[in-house]
Each structure stands twice: as C-alpha cells, then as structure tokens.
Design a protein around this ligand. Structure first.
Ligand code: ZN
Length: 167
C-alpha cells in the first residue's frame, strides 16, 4: 500500500474506533475577548478533534514509558547503536507522533474552516484569522495569544528537543 493509503487507513481505523460516547468537546470556556462565529456540528469533525486529543495523551504516555526504559539503560556502556538505543527510540517516537499530530491538527482546522458560513469566514478573515474551539463545540475567533494550542513538537522543542522539521 502506498504511504498516503497507509496513512488514510490508519486515520479511518482510528476515527472509526472512537465511539459516539467518547466524543468530547474542549472544556475551555469562551474568552471575554473571543467572538463566537458558529458551532461545530459535523460528527466526523468532532471525532477528528477527539482523536487529536487522544494522540496527545498517547504520545505523553508512550514518552513516559520510553523515558523509564532510557533511564534504566543509563550506565550500561555499549557501543552506540540507534536501533537499540532507548534515547534514539524516543526521538523516533516523537518524530512519528509529532508529524501525525501536526497533520491531524491541520485537518481539524481545515475542516472547521470548511464548515463556516460565508459571513463567518468574512468575519474571521477581517479579524486577522485565528480560530479556536471552545466548550459545547463553539467556534470562536481567538485573541492573538489564544491561537491553536502548541503542538507536541513545539512544546518539546521549547524544552530542548530539536528536530529541525522543515517548515
Ligand atoms: Zn541513541
């Protein structure tokens, strides 16, 4: 199967595995300077947002597990082999999960924008264009500092993990 096909299959399997009862809107309330411009109604998009949250949780859990393995392995003096090195395994996990998370994140926001009414699209563009989802799936125009939450990669990069992803 080609790479895009594999990715799309993974995405379909993941979203189909999310039950309706597991779909949850963000808890964050609408900020006092935010403007509600609609509600996210599409059930598939709601699932995609839920998956976005799940991926972040899973990445964190896997990181913890691998960090423990890496710490256990410290002090064992061997020739460095990236295929068995726990530190390198962490880097690979971060790279793969980070890219997936970024992709799902972009798909979420592209999907939300596609759902907006023409009037809301104009309002969003005139306001400078950052968009967010708040409790009960309200779509808001964000204050500048309340743009989409930082990605895993951004968070980790700010903690000294450098990946040098293009773009
Ligand atoms: Zn290594």
């Amino acid at each position: 199967m080609d790479t895009v096909g594999k990715f799309m299959k993974w995405l379909r399997d993941e979203t189909e595995a999310i039950k309706a009862s597991e779909v949850k809107s963000p808890k964050e309330k609408v900020g006092k300077n935010e403007v509600v411009i609609g509600t996210l109604e599409d059930p598939d998009l709601r699932k995609l947002f839920t998956l976005r949250g799940l991926l972040a949780e899973r990445a964190e859990a896997q990181m913890k597990e691998q960090l423990h393995q890496a710490i256990d392995g410290f002090g064992q003096k061997k020739e460095h082999d990236s295929s068995t090195c726990p530190g390198c395994a962490i880097r690979r996990t971060l790279e793969q999960m980070g890219v997936r998370h970024e992709t799902i994140n972009s798909m979420c926001w592209a999907g939300v924008r596609a759902e907006l009414s023409d009037a809301a699209t104009i309002q969003l563009s005139d306001a400078g264009g950052t968009i967010g989802i708040r409790e009960d799936w309200q779509i808001v125009i964000c204050e500048p500092e309340k743009a989409a939450p930082p990605s895993i990669i951004e968070v980790l990069s700010s903690h000294g993990f450098g990946f040098g992803f293009p773009g």
